[in-house]
Design a protein around this ligand. Structure first.
Ligand code: ADP
Ligand code: MG
Length: 696
């Protein structure tokens, strides 16, 4: 009997399903085999015994030994998820996402089910989730809802050596939890050998060392300091590609813009190399890289080709990319720096530490002997580089953390159990700022505004701007602006051969010199009017991906508005209330015009300029508010809006007095004479020789 077409189809389908299943299975088997080859695997039993015996444990193991992906799985396999979740914190969002994705693959489950991740504005977990990777900042926020972390049975504070602000604060909080929750297990893991400090802090807990496999790495220095490290890095990479045997390359750069510029140049230069030279596959990896592109860096390199990974610090210890044989280290990273005297912060390209340089070099010797090309002199390494990176808590604005701790009922900040205390000056500055923002009253107690602000996972200046938008009846507009600011500097595209078109398109959103904040609002609203059209984005040189992210963030901000009982009100016709709401949060970031495009910040005088990318760069309004300060060749204010100085007395009466406002907003000689014409160096007395860099 002939089978009917239908039955035949069913049969075929069944067959296909079977072969698909077996493919998945063999993939899983392969991954299981790979798991067993990681250095941490031989310590599995020892580790589980130690966790059972001790409540707190410090684990040290080289990058790539399998700490992040394996240890939570071992604990899960040993039953630690029966009565609670296993949490694992990461300082970087990309690491949390990528590691969770890997672990879900290894376990053969769907990401977001048993294994999930949680990063700011993105929660990929469900009720099923028992292994949760998250940023340290997100766990800190979870404390607000669950101060004893009752839903966790084990917490692994990973990458402890990074000493981010959130990790340092978590130390103090989880140490306390470990004391009153005997069932709670705490693992502190680190990629460097400074474990004794962690152990001492956690009441002299035991340390477990996982020896890594390390191959020798040859280190090369340049004979002369490099004038432009990006050029030097690209030249070195091309030279390796043409002359060195197979093996992938990794270049450490400072940020997305630099990485994209390098990718562009590399693409152009390799096109001219001819067919004799193998293909160079360019893989960027940085914090804001869209999820769908993140997996690409982990894909094995096809034979005959060479992969070149352009990474930020993220690849120093957070992510392990197999197959790297050549590392190019220009010796810089982008760091937030903070002047505790003035309370001002800026982003700045800074020399790395010796410890970082060693980590970077180590990335080339993981699977075979490697080579590391340091684009600085050996003398410079010996004499200019600090031994270790200063913990973030000692070089950053603490306002956010102070607000969180206040919400947790921790009032006596001076006696909080810090692993390294922040400078008292920094704490006082944070309290002053929160007071000026009206988040704290004069007794240092949390106000209603402060409580509302703490609901938003944002910098206090941004959350204050949102809370103030209730008062100014323009919350609808202000949360759009906040969402656009939160996606970073990736909204406007500027393709190499179409810069004039792109700049014109961008200026369109500025019509009427509305300022960069309102321009962002215009972009958002116009996009919304096109029903979120991707074509519209392309036509207007707008990054569609960033817009979608802004929409997601905006939705969440809208929900949070509801939670703090601020009405969603739109006031599209009057820009003044919008600007006043922004000023209610960003009043510390105000500068007034001097001569020749120069500006000076008005409370703590410092010379600065409007960034060339701003729509107001050519306008030179007399008084401006800025979103952030960046240091490239000069101190630049990025994202700028004109304001009226007199508003400052209204929105920040505890911060500004009449004398500040009087001198600003006029190009009078009085203001000009006000202080020495110099740029405050945020790093204090220590000045570095920074190579000149092109403007970004
Ligand atoms: P550690 O935390 O000790 O630095 P990891 O657990 O992150 O080590 O890495 C162990 C192994 O898992 C490495 O070989 C790494 O390449 C691999 N790995 C980690 N994340 C991914 C990923 N997203 N895709 C593919 N491989 C990954
Ligand atoms: Mg790790």
């Amino acid at each position: 009997v002939k089978a009917s077409a239908n039955e035949f189809d069913d049969d075929l389908q069944a067959q296909q399903t079977r072969s698909f299943d077996s493919q998945v299975k063999s993939n899983l088997e392969k991954l299981q085999e790979e798991r067993k080859t990681l250095p941490v695997f031989s310590y599995r039993d020892e580790l589980l015994r130690a966790v059972e015996k001790y409540q707190v444990l410090v684990i040290v193991g080289e990058t790539g030994s399998g700490k992040t992906t394996q240890i939570p799985q071992y604990l899960h396999e040993a039953g630690y998820t029966k009565h609670g979740k296993i949490g694992c914190t990461q300082p970087r969002r990309v690491a949390a996402m990528s590691v969770a994705a890997r672990v879900s693959q290894e376990m053969g489950v769907k990401l977001g089910h048993e294994v999930g991740y949680s990063i700011r504005f993105e929660d990929c977990t469900s009720e099923k989730t028992v292994m949760k990777y998250m940023t340290d900042g997100m766990l800190l926020r979870e404390f607000l809802g669950e101060p004893d972390l009752a839903s966790y049975s084990v917490l692994m504070v990973d990458e402890a050596h990074e000493r981010t602000l959130s990790t340092d604060i978590l130390f103090g909080l989880v140490k306390d939890i470990a004391r009153f929750r005997p069932d709670f297990k705490l693992l502190i893991s680190s990629a460097t050998l400074d474990a004794k400090k962690f152990s001492d802090y956690f009441d002299y807990c035991p340390i477990l060392y996982i020896p890594g496999r390390r191959h020798p790495v040859d280190i090369f220095y340049t004979k002369e300091p490099q004038a432009d490290y990006l050029d030097a890095a690209i030249a070195t990479a091309l030279q390796i590609h043409v002359t060195e045997p197979s093996g992938d390359i990794m270049i450490f750069l400072t940020g997305q813009e630099e990485i994209e510029a390098a990718a562009e140049v590399l693409k152009q230069k390799t096109e001219g190399l001819g067919t004799k030279i193998g293909e160079l596959i360019i893989c960027p990896i940085f914090a804001n890289l869209p999820t769908e592109l993140q997996a690409k860096v982990f894909e094995p390199t096809p034979s005959g080709a060479r992969k070149i990974v352009l990474a930020t610090n993220i690849a120093e210890t957070s992510l392990t990319i197999d197959g790297i044989k050549y590392v190019i280290d220009p010796g810089f990273c982008k760091m937030k720096s903070y002047n505790p005297r003035t309370g001002m912060e800026s982003l700045q390209v800074t020399p790395i530490s010796k410890a970082s340089a060693r980590q970077r070099a180590g990335r080339s010797g993981r699977t075979s002997p490697g080579k590391c090309f340091r684009l600085y002199t050996s003398y410079s390494y010996q004499h200019d580089f600090e031994d270790n990176t200063i913990p973030e808590i000692q070089r950053t604005n603490l306002a956010n953390v102070v607000l969180t701790l206040k919400c947790l009922g921790i009032h006596d900040l001076l006696h909080f159990d810090f692993i390294d205390a922040p400078p008292t000056e920094g704490l006082i500055k944070a309290l002053e700022l929160l007071f000026a923002l009206a988040a704290l009253n004069k007794f240092g107690e949390l106000t209603k505004v402060g409580r509302q602000m703490a609901e938003f996972p944002l910098d206090p200046k941004l959350s204050k701007m949102i809370v103030a938008s209730g008062k100014y009846k323009c919350s609808d507009e202000v949360i759009s602006i906040a969402a656009m600011l939160s996606v970073g500097n990736s909204v406007f595209l500027r393709p190499k051969n179409k810069q004039t078109y792109a700049d014109n398109a961008r200026m369109w959103f500025q019509t009427g010199n509305v300022g960069d904040h309102v321009a962002l609002l215009n972009v958002y609203n116009e996009w919304k009017e096109t029903n979120y059209s991707t074509e519209w984005c392309a036509e207007n040189y707008i990054q569609a991906r960033s817009m979608k992210r802004a929409r997601d963030i905006r939705e969440q901000l809208e929900r949070l508005l509801g939670r703090v009982e601020i009405e969603l009100i739109s006031n599209p016709d009057d820009l003044t209330p919008i600007k006043k709401a922004i000023a209610s949060g960003f009043f510390p970031h105000v500068a007034s015009s001097m001569k020749n495009g120069r500006y000076r910040t008005i409370k703590y005088p410092q010379t600065t300029y409007i960034h060339p990318s701003s729509g107001l760069a050519r306008e030179s309004p007399s008084c401006v508010l800025y979103h952030e300060m960046v240091l490239t060749t000069k101190e630049y204010m990025r994202c700028v809006t004109e304001i009226e100085p007199k508003w400052l007395l209204d929105v920040a009466p505890h911060y500004y007095q009449v004398k500040h406002v009087k001198n600003s907003g006029s190009k009078s000689s009085l203001a000009e004479e006000g202080g020495p014409n110099r740029t405050d160096n945020f790093l204090g007395s220590k000045t570095f020789h920074l190579p000149t860099r092109r403007l970004q």
